[in-house]
Design a protein around this ligand. Sequence first.
Ligand code: MG
Length: 356
Amino acid sequence: MRCLRPLQILALLLILPAFGAAAQEDAAEPAAAQEEKTEDLKSEISDAKSEKPEPEPKSDAGDKSKPEDLKPEGSDSNSEKQEAEPKPKSDAGDKKAADAPEESKPAEPARISGIGSTDGPQLPGQPWRVHDLFRPQPRVVTPADTELTVPPPSDALVLFDGTDLALWGHRDREEPGMFVEPQWKVENGYFQASRGHGDLYTLDSFGSVQLHLEWAAPEEAKGRSQGRGNSGVKFLGLYEVQILDSYNNRTYADGHAGAIYGQYPPAVNASRPPGKWQSYDIIFEIPKFDGDELVRPGFITVLHNGVLVQHRRELAGVTGMKSPGKYSPHPPAGPIMLQDHGNPVRFRNVWVRSLD
Ligand code: MG
């Protein structure tokens, strides 16, 4: 083995520490780089968190149209624009607003009364309310232009033959249960409802009947709706077939001439002009009771001027204003009543046939 010279030894002593430092630096470099990379990664993650995530891909349509694209045109943006840019008020508008406190309050409009309403009681078994404003008006039918009378058959009881009211009377207002002499005017073969004297009743009682009567509304058509030529025939004083001047006179459908008042309008409006004689031929089938129980309802058929306007209509009960009808037990017969409604309606040729 060759021995090292002193200069070689000295050189080795100077070089070896440098190699050691270099070796140490080589070992430390990957750690520093790793630490730097780690910091960079942390920074990237942090940046990624601060960004909005990409929307999840949905369906094909979703891919093609982002939610923003689905908004209708001018929805939010236009709304905001409208809010941001309110319409400028016109000068006229400003002037009106300024003048408003000085304007007088408009007068309340007059109520259209007497032609029906929309808040009456519901009629049982029918889609309408009592006196329903929107119930269709009966179709107009022009009866034959004649005032021929129908003479009574042999088995009829003639209730008025043109001479007197011997078979009629008014309820006594002073003494309930009693009757007084009729006060309705009789002249020229007819009698006429006289305001204030009250309803007129037959002094005989009837069950089921065929009734013929003729009537005429005042020639001068005063008033309107239920205020024009109003009277009525009430069987037992309870079940009314309406008498009204329905010629060119709007009223609620179940209040026209030939109506079962408040229950059924006439099938058609077969009225003659006011002042003309008109006829009713009515078949009344009386309701029957067993004690307090109704065992058969009443039925009414009406021909007005020879035209069928009620075909065996089943009564819902006692007729009345704003009433859907209700039955209460009564005797198997009762008087026929003609209504005093304040209008001078005339009557003639009244006769009745018993059907019991
Ligand atoms: Mg009436």
